[in-house]
Design a protein around this ligand. Sequence first.
Ligand SMILES: [Zn+2]
Length: 144
Amino acid sequence: MPWPLGRGTMYVFYTDGACAVHTTKCGGIGVIGYKNNIPMTPRHEHYCNTSNNRMELEAAIVALHMAPPASVVTILTDSMYVVGPVNDEWKITTNKELWNDFWCLYRQRDITMIHCPRDSQVDQTRADKASKDGLNERKHCLRT
Ligand SMILES: [Zn+2]
């Protein structure tokens, strides 16, 4: 039994990322999650010196850390940057170290990745708001 921890547990995550690309280059991630249909505590985090694509991918990575190995995970994201390489085997040329983190988590879980257009679902909008909370939560920010 190599990965018994999360076996049979089902997770659904709406993930989003935000970045102030034209000003501080600070970013944020937001995750709205459900464990066996029960809401989890929403997550948001602040990141410095980042990009929109990095934040979209980081949001998925944070979500995967919230689900133990062997669990069954659905991630809904509005980011084709995240969905494309997973579902359509796009070749990845950027942020390889982040993608390595992602694939490591991916291999240990049963993951379905779904493209969820912006504001198409209430929880997608909540994830977007959470990512902006993360972006604006600058108390530990490296930039002034
Ligand atoms: Zn910052």
